[in-house]
Ligand binder design. Sequence first.
Ligand SMILES: [Zn+2]
Length: 190
Amino acid sequence: MSPGGHLITTAVAGAAVYAGTGSAALTAGLFAGGFLIDLDHVFDYVVFERQRDLRPSAFLRYYLEGRVRRAVLPLHSYEVLVLLALLAWLSDRDWLWGYVLGTALHLPLDIVFNGRLVPGGLVHFYSFACRARAGFLAERFADPSRLAPVEEGFWLSFFRGARLKSEAVSAGTAGVAPPLPAAVRGCEEA
Ligand SMILES: [Zn+2]
């Protein structure tokens, strides 16, 4: 999902949780798990992609145009979510429960909205073990040539997110995705 989409859904969920519980810790944790979790991409961008252009617009464009080569994304993992849920259960910390709740909201939205751009979807992609087996190579999960170049300004793309070329052409109507190249083999060993 686009960062703006996550910001909106997290704000709505956070407001509901705060109204229902009055817990600032739970709400802050939810905001971190639901929105700040995307700092995972900044970590990858700097550490694994070795990109030095830290302007938000350059960073956003890099992702929305699918220029990513490595997708390590430790926080975007079922395994980490399960581990943190276990930790939250054992420690019973509100902020940690909030984080788990936020991530449990974030990942399904990523699966649905980002998976929409890839035939076969991205359910497997959000397993750390799966990405590791594929050598964390982004090309094993998606074909960036299908994504439309980002031509609009920062805030519009922040809320709109990545689009297929076919969508960009027929403005708004659901694009028919061309088949993936043979190189996209998901979790198979690299
Ligand atoms: Zn995400």
